[in-house]
Structures are given as structure tokens and as C-alpha cells.
Ligand binder design. Structure first.
Ligand code: CA
Length: 230
């Protein structure tokens, strides 16, 4: 497994490489966003660990540029503070999860392992992965696109998998724990707002009025429920 570590703080980058190598991953450091894009263009990476604050182009721009050519490679973003804007902005750029700095190393290693595990499922669409639709939406597994009326949105692999997970369980209560294990490949007790942030993101795509969702609704204290028929 090859990991691209995009981090300008040398001691953090070296610490990460050391720990990744202990886990038998191959890790390459890019100290700038420009270098990250150059290395990404040349290599075949299984995961990108991406710091937001970089000299030159920042992590958001790097994520956006990678997503233009690759909707599938997992991107784990390191954000400076627990700023909501950072988390939402990261998802808009196509990242698959984020961790706030300073992070706990064990937590980071667990997330990386989880994302790599799910990356192994990134097989091309098979015949049983037909396109699916609800309301005005038509979701295409082959190019991970969501056609909503006249608009087309490019989904990332994880956005697509999350949507499909809901779609296959219409009307059922789905808990955050279940989603973290099934979609992200994480341990169920992972402390993160990842699921909620992704649901907000999906609502912006699929809901006619994202602040008053009708398809993807919250069940207070329990999780979410997807209602394809409205
Ligand atoms: Ca930095």
C-alpha cells in the first residue's frame, strides 16, 4: 500500500512516515501542494494524507485537483482546528474524511487502515451495481455521477457508497456506527462527526431544500433514515 503524505512540517511528516513503515506501508512525503500533484501524477497511490495549511497552494486546492482526475483514491485531510468551515470546505473538495490537528497517532493509523480497507472495494461497477433513482435523482455507478433534473454532480466514491447504502435500506433507521463501519471501514466507536458532515454534503446534492430534507432525514439521537418515495 502506497501513501502520499502531504505535509510541510518536517517532524510531523517524518513521524508519520516512520509509523506507516512500521505498518508495512510505503510512504512518500510531499512538502508542498505542487509537489504533491506532481508525485500523484507519477505514482499509483492508495491513499493521500493531506494537510490543509501548506505553503503555495493549500490542501483544498490539492484535493480539488486530484478529484478532477481521480474520484476514487481515498483522501484523509488534516485540518488545523475543529473549524466547521474547514470540514465542510474539505468535503466540497472531495475529501473522504478529516482529522483535526493535533491528532492522536493511534486514531490516525486506525482511520488510514479503515480507508485502505474500503479502498480495496473500489472495484469497477459490476452488473449488480445498476444505476438507481429516486425523486428527480438518477445515480450512475459507472461514472459516480448524480443527475438531479438538469444538473449533474460528480460524486466521490465514498459519497456514492453512502448514498447506495441508504438506497438499499429504504425506510430503515441507519445508525452512525453502522455507517462508519460499513461505509468508511472504521471501528464502530470512532469519535467523529464525519457521518453528519457527509450527510449535510449529500443533502446539498440530492435535496430540493437541503435545510428541510425529505429524502435523507435525521432521527434524533439515533441516526438517519432514507425515504426514496415521497
Ligand atoms: Ca502545514
Amino acid at each position: 500500500m502506497k501513501i502520499l503524505v502531504v505535509e510541510d512540517e518536517e517532524h510531523i511528516a517524518q513521524g508519520l512516515v516512520f509509523n506507516f513503515e512500521l505498518e508495512q506501508y510505503q510512504a512518500t512525503v510531499a512538502p508542498t501542494g505542487e509537489e504533491a500533484l506532481r508525485l500523484f501524477g507519477e505514482g499509483d497511490y492508495d491513499l493521500i494524507l493531506l494537510d490543509v495549511m501548506l505553503p503555495g497552494i493549500d490542501g483544498f486546492e490539492v484535493a480539488r485537483a486530484i478529484r478532477q482526475v481521480d474520484a476514487r483514491v481515498p483522501i484523509l485531510m488534516l485540518t488545523a482546528m475543529a473549524a466547521d468551515e474547514d470540514r465542510i470546505a474539505g468535503l466540497e473538495c472531495g475529501v473522504d474524511d478529516y482529522l483535526t490537528k493535533p491528532f492522536v497517532l493511534k486514531e490516525l493509523m486506525l482511520r488510514v487502515a479503515g480507508l485502505l480497507r474500503r479502498a480495496a472495494w473500489q472495484a469497477p461497477a459490476t452488473p449488480d451495481q445498476r444505476s438507481f433513482s429516486f425523486g428527480q435523482a438518477e445515480i450512475n455507478p459507472e461514472n459516480l455521477s448524480a443527475q438531479i433534473g438538469a444538473r449533474t454532480h460528480q460524486l466521490t466514491r465514498i459519497e456514492f457508497d453512502l448514498l447506495r447504502y441508504f438506497m438499499m435500506r429504504p425506510g430503515r433507521l441507519v445508525s452512525r456506527k453502522e455507517l462508519l463501519t460499513a461505509v468508511w471501514g472504521y471501528e464502530p466507536n470512532t469519535a467523529t462527526r464525519t457521518v453528519d458532515t457527509f450527510v449535510l454534503r449529500l443533502r446539498k446534492i440530492i435535496e430540493p431544500h437541503p435545510s428541510k430534507p425529505v429524502f435523507l432525514i435525521s432521527i434524533r439521537g439515533a441516526g438517519y433514515q432514507f425515504n426514496p418515495e415521497i
